[in-house]
Design a protein around this ligand. Structure first.
Ligand SMILES: [Zn+2]
Length: 405
């Protein structure tokens, strides 16, 4: 057991040298030296620089070597997927992004993800430790299965974990896409020094990931943060894809902006959008953003209206959770300062003064990378959690140990 404790002390601090480990864990120096020697020979620890001496010979720093194992990660959106390979420090390589329609269903999409994973594994000598996946819908975290996902027809109850773990014979963790984005920013990104963070993704749909007291809060089933399906006043008559009326997502999300833009193009309220519709036959969120940038008032109003509704909902969540940082990510980050300014104004106007006193609201421009990094840390943190690590550490790696999830 003390092998796991030594590894954990080095990875999560505060100990990084043999004397510090002995102090922190209240272990004898000989025992620590023997444990560290074994972990070094297994490749689970590596020696780093000399630390500062406090008198006598300076001890060497120890660290978990990033290259001891690798994690394959994928983040799925409604319209595209991204995959990458990660080292044990969350460093990403081999980033690929391609169009993929989530409506194609789990078999086809996951087979494509697995093919891309296999391409990343060709000729790589570092052992594969696990797989992490982010999906754009509600995920029951314990089973890794989507539950009634509004934008993922055919995925309800699908055994995502089983599909990938059977093919790669490694443990697989699955979470909601916004949760892994929030987690990625918290573990290695814009939110590393914040304990209470809300990450709001506004793309086709809307969702939030919640970091509370330094931990990702999934709620009891995995559904926490699903703010896209909270009703808003303006949406009274709008039916959401989830089957309920007036959801924020159906009223202010990227899909709603596009739907309203097409209506305004047809009625002639926006000549700029009408021209796009006539030329291409459909309108995308990027078209609306471009038109607003070129001075189309109607397009600008659509985006500001979305920002105001999202801001109003965030102000209520702010009163409930009192975050110190709110990150706005997703496709609307392309809108630029206008969107953020509107969200900020509404939140600072509507939320309680104590809740906004030290609050920062910023754009998170790299949601894809944050999500992939979050997927990697979801796997690494789970594999190295003391109760899980104690089941594989005597073998020197989790490779080939079944049922670690
Ligand atoms: Zn809904």
């Amino acid at each position: 057991m003390s092998y796991v404790a030594v590894l954990d002390a080095v990875r999560n601090g505060p100990a990084s040298t043999r004397p510090e480990i002995a102090d922190v864990l209240h272990l004898g120096r000989n025992l620590v030296a023997q444990r560290v020697a074994w972990l070094l020979s297994s490749g689970l620890l590596a020696e780093g620089e000399l630390s500062r001496s406090t008198g006598g010979r300076a001890p060497r720093n120890l660290r978990l070597p990033a290259e001891a194992g690798r994690i394959l990660v994928a983040e799925l959106d409604a319209l595209y997927l991204t995959v990458a390979s990660a080292d044990l420090q969350g460093g990403l390589t081999g980033f690929v992004r391609e169009a993929a329609d989530i409506n194609d269903g789990p078999e086809r999409i996951l087979n494509r993800v697995a093919d891309l994973f296999e391409q990343k594994s060709d000729g790589v000598g570092v052992p594969l430790w696990g797989i992490g996946l982010g999906l754009p819908g509600p995920i029951e975290f314990a089973s890794g299965r989507p539950v009634s996902p509004p934008i993922m027809p055919g995925w309800n109850g699908y055994d995502v974990r089983g599909h990938l773990s059977q093919r790669f014979q490694v443990p697989v963790w699955v979470d909601n896409d916004v949760n892994v984005m929030a987690f990625g920013e918290h573990r290695k990104g814009l939110a590393t020094s914040y304990e209470d963070v809300i990450y709001v993704k506004v793309s086709t749909g809307i969702g939030a990931g919640l970091i509370c007291g330094g931990r990702l809060n999934r709620g009891s089933q995995g559904s926490a943060g699903d703010i896209g399906h909270i009703p808003v006043e303006e949406g009274r008559a709008i039916l959401c894809r989830c089957g309920k009326l007036a959801c924020l997502e159906a009223t202010a999300g990227g899909g709603a902006i596009v739907r309203d833009a097409e209506t305004l193009a047809r009625t002639g309220d926006s000549p700029a959008l009408a021209a796009v519709l006539q030329r291409v036959g459909s309108i995308t969120l990027t078209d609306v953003i471009d038109a607003a940038r070129r001075g189309d008032r109607t397009s600008n109003e659509l985006l500001v209206r979305s920002a105001r509704m999202v801001g109003e909902l965030i102000s209520r969540v702010t009163n409930v959770l009192n975050p110190s940082l709110i990150l706005i990510g997703g496709d609307v980050t392309e809108v630029g300062d206008v969107y953020l300014a509107e969200v900020r104004q509404v939140v600072f106007q509507r939320a309680m003064p104590l809740a906004t006193r030290a609050l920062r609201i910023e754009v998170a421009p790299d949601g894809d990378l944050a999500g992939l990094r979050g997927c990697a840390f979801m796997v690494i943190d789970n594999l190295l959690a003391p109760d899980v690590a104690s089941r594989w550490i005597s073998r020197g790696s989790p490779v080939g140990v079944p049922d670690l999830v």
